[in-house]
Design a protein around this ligand. Structure first.
Ligand code: HSE
Length: 436
């Protein structure tokens, strides 16, 4: 049987890992795919660097369009990133009837609806396991492994950079700024870390998971994003004293009113497995009505872990090349004509528990005033601690609430901040039990 020809676009970290895995495990991979999978051609801006990686037998070009337009390329692997050139290349590949494997979360979260519609029309596959949580086969798990279930919610630590920073802040008691500088020095964080620390990267991944879990179109523009850059080390410490860890969580939940789609720092009980996912590692919990809560853990980035997902997609595509398009697993798990336009809820309509830190005067009746305002807004308190009074007579009150709608908490916070006895802004973090 003819080998499958791979056109690799982008020979950076993941592209290099993909070339390595295809070569190193060629025998195992062809035993699985039933055909030889051959790196046929590569494209990279820096030709010499790419040649060193793919070796002398693979032609390297600097214009990726040559791959997309080459008649002998069967599967185009897009590892360029971003949503400008990559989008053009992927759409052209589809138009040319080529199957696509991509690790590009932004491209799919923002333009996925258009890309999948075009792929559907042309009867080609667009596979994207590597786009979410690197090497963890979470797309496969959600799309196929849990297909008997009505999926209720997904919660994930899906940005390794942020998780590394939060882990260091907790372990060393360092500030966000100090840990970020250290992460940049070690190469864990980009020179411009905005994408990772402000939740964009996690939001892209969450958007993709929500789409395949609930059978809804990609709606990244409706995903609520709140990063970790404003997080104060004190809150990590107080949360710990109350039995919680703070993680940047991507959370999507189906409710009667619509779908919650949100990324933000979150308190999680310390005895949950996911609360103990540390450093750059990723983990995703998915709750199905039949199976209950499930947990998937592994490396969310890096050359070989991400290549593991890219090559698994190549094998999948190779196996299904001869299957009729209608007999393949649908891109978004649900049949394209059965996607539902369930609304994404605005953030003030979500339900959560909350952690509040209030700087208040340490005098008689202040706590009573605060708790009265919470009660007036229908908010029930789960726990409360007061951190020692300062010489200036102010104290910090930390309150954990029971579950409530966010707009009620916002109203209560506004009233609390208006009290004479309260100084500055109330710190508000969301808290999730994740107990199924
Ligand atoms: N920058 C991401 C992270 C990996 O820190 O997890 C690629 O999405």
């Amino acid at each position: 049987m003819q080998p499958i020809n791979i056109g690799l676009m982008g020979v950076g970290t993941v592209g290099g890992g993909t070339a390595t895995v295809l070569k190193r495990n060629a025998e195992e991979i062809s035993r699985r795919a039933g055909r030889e999978i051959r790196l046929f051609m590569a494209a990279n801006r820096e030709l010499e660097r790419a040649r060193e990686v793919v070796g002398p037998d693979v032609p390297v070009v600097d214009d990726a369009m040559q791959i997309v337009n080459h008649p002998d390329v069967d599967i185009v692997v897009e590892l360029i990133g971003g949503d400008t050139i990559a989008k053009e290349l992927v759409l052209k590949a589809i138009e040319n009837g080529k199957h696509v494997v991509t690790a590009n979360k932004k491209l799919l979260a923002v333009h996925g609806n258009e890309i999948f519609a075009r792929a559907q029309e042309k009867g080609v596959m667009v596979a994207f396991e590597a786009a979410v949580a690197g090497g963890i086969p979470i797309i496969k798990a959600l799309r196929e492994g849990l297909s008997a279930n009505r999926i209720e919610w997904i919660a994930g630590i899906i940005n390794g950079t942020s998780n590394f920073i939060l882990t260091e802040m907790r372990d060393k008691g360092s500030s966000f700024a100090d840990v970020l500088a250290e992460a940049q020095r070690l190469g864990y964080a980009e020179a411009d870390p905005t994408f990772d620390i402000e939740g964009h990267d996690a939001g892209h991944k969450l958007t993709i998971m929500a789409s395949i879990a609930f059978g809804i179109p990609m709606q990244f523009d409706k995903c609520y994003l709140e990063g970790i850059s404003q997080l104060d080390g004190r809150d990590i410490k107080y949360a710990e004293e109350l039995g919680y860890r703070v993680k940047l969580l991507g959370l999507t939940r189906r409710t009667d009113a619509g779908i919650e789609l949100r990324v933000h720092p979150t308190l999680i009980p310390e005895d949950r497995l996911i609360a103990n996912v540390n450093g750059v590692m990723n983990a995703v919990m998915a709750k199905g009505d039949a199976i209950g809560p499930t947990l998937y853990y592994g490396a969310g980035a890096g050359a070989l872990p991400t290549a593991s997902a890219v090559v698994a997609d190549i094998v999948d595509v190779a196996r299904l090349l001869t299957a009729d398009p209608e007999h393949r697993v649908p891109h978004l798990a649900f049949q394209p004509d059965r996607l539902q336009d369930t609304p994404i809820l605005p953030i003030d309509e979500i339900h959560s528990s909350y952690y509040l830190r209030i700087a208040a005067a340490d005098r008689t009746g202040v706590l009573a005033e605060i708790t009265r305002l919470l009660a007036d807004n229908g908010i029930s308190i789960e726990a409360l601690i007061q951190k020692g009074a300062d010489a200036d007579g102010s104290a910090e009150v930390v309150i954990l609430t029971h579950r409530v709608q966010e707009k009620q908490v916002n109203r209560a916070i506004a009233s609390i901040e208006a009290l004479d006895s309260v100084a500055g802004k109330v710190v508000r973090l969301r808290m999730e039990e994740l107990n199924g």
